[in-house]
Ligand binder design. Structure first.
Ligand SMILES: [Zn+2]
Length: 58
């Protein structure tokens, strides 16, 4: 039996990643949606789907 919860989470993550990749085409990629500062590249590498900077994520 497949673990449905894990499957759902990975699908959700894929969807978020796809959305993040869509933003690459726009200027908003790597830009915090709250303060519009650029998000640290280290954070983008760990979580490419990030839409908020470290300061705004908390
Ligand atoms: Zn921010």
């Amino acid at each position: 039996m497949m673990n449905k919860k894990v499957l759902n989470e990975s699908t959700l993550r894929q969807t978020r990643l796809k959305n993040a990749l869509k933003r690459v085409d726009h200027e908003m990629f790597g830009i915090c949606i709250v303060c519009e500062e650029s998000i640290a590249i280290g954070r983008m590498l760990v979580r490419p789907e990030s839409v908020r900077c470290v300061g705004c994520a908390v």
